[in-house]
Design a binder for this molecule. Structure first.
Ligand SMILES: C=CC1=C(C)c2cc3[nH]c(cc4nc(cc5[nH]c(cc1n2)c(C)c5CCC(=O)O)C(CCC(=O)O)=C4C)c(C)c3C=C
Ligand SMILES: [Fe+2]
Ligand SMILES: [Fe+2]
Length: 343
């Protein structure tokens, strides 16, 4: 057997032009694990309503953050792939769940290099059906249909692994060195509350209230909210943060259903109104900076904060291609390559 790694991130449009954004959003939002309603209703909502207005609006946002080399999310993921390849002898591939750098192409490239045992690595610290699950399901479908001789092992959510928490905490501490901040906000990508209830294996644990996510339960293996709140708790513990100097919120909601709360934009507004002058924000649901961190947080979030009377707004970059992060990922994959199990 010959081993290889396939890193998988979300994806971006090919360009920040409305037509490319529309094509990308169509694939993304028609995924039944992202907008989880029956096909006919999803088709009507996405193709009949959202895609008539959103692409223009999103394209304008993408234009603000687009780099000369391309989409930040893709460019950063490629840098990570290259740095990881320097630290391991087995081939490291890269694919995106949506867009041109498809998982099928990524698998084919590895197979062309002689790989028949793939470690599928969704680049998400927390499990969500709209991220990790949709990658696993698609990869399995592709394996059955196109690569029957290939075996796939997948890396589960790593939100509470002590070495991940250490790398994240070190990165936060490094970026906050010399920064005089009053409050650190941990802002995670939101999901509709319904997604959490759907993946509650106990069918009764997740109440999405103050206590369920801190009460031990086997539901937590698939509870995105629990896993986000745990990252905040573990980092705060590691960095010995005082209570009331940090909190968690959820960003990027779409549509009218209730999404996880508190919402980031309203939290920034509230903190500004309450007299917080210096706010720092970290976004640990993303491992690479992207539209959601560079535009929604660093631009829109900052504007809201200033409108509310806030002064300094510090955004902490995602782990991106930070050397400690690369070293940790390389340690995990090299352990798998040698022992056939995850470290
Ligand atoms: C129903 C809609 C969405 C769900 C559920 C959702 C979950 C989810 N998404 C990410 C990570 C990213 N999302 C990004 C962009 C983005 N997300 C949605 C919608 C949902 N996401 C939309 C419509 C968009 C496109 C941009 C826009 O129109 O606002 C990105 C950035 C991509 C980039 O090119 O930079 C990331 C990353 C997670 C982690 C998550 C659930 C946990
Ligand atoms: Fe998203
Ligand atoms: Fe929970």
């Amino acid at each position: 057997m010959s081993k290889g790694i396939l890193l998988v991130n979300l994806g971006s449009p090919d360009s920040p032009e409305p037509n490319d954004v529309k094509k990308y959003l169509d694939e993304f939002l028609m995924d039944e694990r992202v907008i989880d309603i029956p096909f006919v209703a999803r088709n009507l909502l996405v193709r009949g309503i959202i895609l008539n207005t959103r692409p223009k609006q999103s394209a304008a946002a993408y234009k603000k953050i687009w780099w000369e080399e391309g989409s930040p999310l893709i460019v950063i993921s490629e840098r990570l792939q290259k740095k990881m390849q320097d630290k391991t002898d087995i081939p490291v591939g890269l694919a995106m769940r949506y867009g041109s750098m498809s998982i099928k192409k990524g698998m084919q490239e590895l197979v062309d290099k002689g790989v028949d045992e793939i470690l599928l690595f969704p680049l998400y610290p927390q499990f969500a059906m709209a991220t990790t699950e949709t990658i696993l399901v698609l990869a399995e479908e592709l394996q059955k249909k196109h690569f029957p001789n290939v075996t796939i092992t997948s890396v589960p959510a790593f939100y509470n692994k002590p070495d991940y928490i250490e790398v994240l905490a070190n990165s936060i501490a490094k970026h906050l060195e010399g920064v005089d901040y009053d409050h650190l906000l941990f802002s995670y990508h939101g999901v509709p509350e319904r997604h959490i209830r759907k993946r509650d294996v106990t069918k009764s644990h997740c109440k999405i209230d103050k206590s369920c996510c801190v009460t031990p339960s086997k539901a937590h293996e698939f509870c995105y909210r629990h896993q986000c709140l745990e990252v905040t708790r573990l980092v705060a513990e590691k960095l010995k943060f005082q209570e009331d100097t940090y909190s968690s919120s959820f960003q990027s909601r779409l549509g009218f259903d209730p999404w996880l709360q508190p919402y980031t934009d309203r939290t920034i507004e509230r903190l500004g109104k309450q007299g917080v002058k210096n706010l720092a924000i970290v976004t640990p649901a993303f491992v690479s900076d992207c539209l959601e961190t560079l535009e929604e947080i660093a631009m829109e979030g900052q504007e809201i904060f200033h409108e509310m009377g806030g002064k300094d707004f510090t955004t902490i970059p995602c782990l991106n291609d930070d050397q400690e992060w690369v070293d940790l990922l390389a340690k995990w994959v090299n352990h798998w390559a040698k022992n056939g199990s995850l470290a």
